[in-house]
Design a protein around this ligand. Structure first.
Ligand SMILES: NC(=O)c1ccc[n+]([C@@H]2O[C@H](COP(=O)([O-])OP(=O)(O)OC[C@H]3O[C@@H](n4cnc5c(N)ncnc54)[C@H](O)[C@@H]3O)[C@@H](O)[C@H]2O)c1
Length: 501
């Protein structure tokens, strides 16, 4: 679509509010964005479609498939209901009453694509590599995105606005434009807008309801006028997002800014984790480093918390996108620079495991030494386990001959078992998923606090009682600043904090 075409198509877009919006993909981005937008635009109808019918059934049930703080409060009149209370309610109970009449979840993809004026692409675009510690950096798997675009091409008549939210290489909007132009019916026309999503899992509803920016990238018309389609998209956000936080830019900058933002976050995490290694080898404390360096506004305190490294579906993928792009552009030095960010991340759990092993006998074979991993999700307040650093930790520990118990208070047992089976190979027989903190620590020599769920920190656990049921050296390791080191030592633990000597 050239800029002249864009002008013609923009004229085709009816002025006034959008009536029907369709999100393709009922995952974190599609479903949560629809819910947030629906709560602020009661006169607009949002439909969320997905090829996974069981996911849609779950969204339409009383047990929604995604855990995010604040989500159930927006969706249900009874808000966050505890599991047990829900079981009691479900006896002769006809379903929880929903708050939002203007958002629906459906597996009828075709109907909703056909009906929509505006379509958000929110499908998953996984990295081609499946193991987090693989050295190989390859591109993203775009088959879901391709299939979504194919459906739009086949089903569209009249004018539609396509909002690209999935993580994808720079230039994807150009590709979507060309593909639709080649494959769609002659009666169809499209405006393509890049609007990357910046939500962070565990804080997604806050991020969506109080975004620090909404980025909208488009090709301006020849006269520089803002197309009607862009104005219509902006109108979805202006009921509550201050105008100055709606950032409009060109498509390329919008696409690359998303990758750059996540790469910069990943770089900070790797930077502080690289320094945590220096702290452990000297007398310095990484908490002090973060406190002192973070006071400089040019550095800032965010993302300066040492730990097991970054996980989840986004940061690694975006850094890989950047590496891939740099290589394609022949910018090998740039690619190597960002590759270092991934390498530090991959090394962190190996380094932590090595530190743990230095407290255990050099030959653990046949000794039945056990470790407990507390928390399996990649971070607190999400049950997502994609690329969780816990899996690498488990792999490294079983690789050294330990048996490993895993407990997460929120991630369903079957999902953890499946991940262990897929990613630990034959060694998964040396792992067990258990149902409580106490059961996971029973008879263990090592406890690793991986995810800082509330259930593990503060007064939630009787560590005094647990330590007596553990074996020497009763090692307790976790990120710095999460637990009372002095008390834990008094109870009898040997305490290690990441980034502290
Ligand atoms: N999760 C995050 O925090 C986050 C943040 C920003 C951007 N992103 C990006 O947004 C995209 C979606 O992420 P997510 O976490 O919501 O993924 P997800 O895996 O939770 O959800 C994607 C959904 O899309 C569905 N899907 C795939 N192809 C489809 C098709 N052709 N038709 C209908 N449904 C289809 C899948 O069944 C799946 O349920 C990814 O590219 C991701 O990198 C994610």
């Amino acid at each position: 679509m050239g800029s002249n075409n864009m002008e013609i198509m923009s004229k085709q877009w009816p002025e006034g509010n959008i009536q029907k919006v369709c999100m393709i993909g009922a995952g974190y981005v599609g479903a949560l964005t629809a819910i947030a937008l629906a709560s602020k635009n009661p006169s607009v109808q949002f439909s969320v479609v997905d090829k996974d019918a069981s996911l849609i059934t779950a969204w339409n049930s009383d047990h929604i498939p995604i855990f995010e703080p604040g989500l159930e409060d927006i969706l249900f009149e009874d808000g966050q209901v505890q599991e047990k209370a829900l079981c009691v309610l479900s006896h002769g109970y006809e379903g929880r009453r929903r708050r939002l009449a203007n958002v629906t979840f459906s597996a009828d993809i075709n109907t909703h694509i056909s009906d929509a004026n505006i379509i958000f692409i929110c499908v998953d675009t996984p990295s081609e590599v499946s193991f987090p510690d693989s050295d190989e950096i390859r591109g993203l798997n775009l088959k879901n995105l391709e299939s979504a675009i194919k459906s739009i091409a086949q089903l569209s008549t009249g004018h539609k606005v396509i909002v690209q939210k999935s993580t994808a290489p720079s230039g994807i909007c150009q590709w979507i434009k060309k593909t639709l132009k080649d494959a769609a019916l002659p009666t169809a026309s499209f405006d393509i807008i890049s609007s990357p999503e910046f939500l962070a899992q565990g804080n997604a509803m806050q991020d969506l309801l109080n975004p620090n920016r909404v980025v909208i990238g488009y090709e301006p018309a020849a006269d520089g006028a803002v197309p009607e389609s862009v104005k219509a998209l902006i109108r979805l956000y202006t009921p509550w997002v201050p105008q100055e936080q709606v950032v409009t830019t060109d498509t390329w900058s919008s696409e690359l800014a998303k990758i750059a933002s996540n790469a910069l976050i990943a770089q900070r995490i790797s930077s502080i984790n690289s320094l945590s290694a220096v702290c452990e080898a000297t007398g310095a404390s990484v908490t002090e480093l973060s406190r002192i360096a973070g006071l400089d506004p040019r550095i800032g305190p965010q993302c300066l918390r040492a730990g097991f490294g970054f996980g989840g579906s986004c940061l690694r993928k975006d850094v890989c996108c950047l590496i891939y792009l740099a290589r394609e552009l022949g910018l090998d030095d740039v690619a190597e620079y960002w590759r270092g960010v991934i390498q530090i991340n991959d090394c962190q759990s190996t380094r932590i495991t090595k530190r743990i092993m230095s407290f255990l006998p050099s030959d653990v074979a046949g000794t039945e030494i056990k470790a407990a991993i507390l928390g399996f999700s990649f971070k607190k307040n999400t049950t997502d386990i994609r690329n969780t650093t816990a899996i690498k930790l488990v792999r490294d520990l079983v690789g050294h001959g330990l048996r490993v118990n895993v407990f997460d208070p929120h991630v369903p047992r079957q999902r953890i078992e499946k991940a262990l089976m897929l990613q630990c190979g034959a060694a998964h027989v040396n792992t067990a998923v258990v149902e409580s903190t106490e059961a996971s620590c029973e008879g263990c020599s090592v406890v690793v606090l991986h995810t800082d769920w509330d259930e593990f920190v503060g007064r939630s656990v009787d560590w005094k009682d647990i330590v007596v049921r553990m074996r020497e050296p009763r090692l307790f390791l976790g990120p710095p600043g999460l637990f009372a080191v002095y008390k834990m030592k008094q109870y009898g633990f040997t305490v290690l904090e990441v980034g502290k000597p």
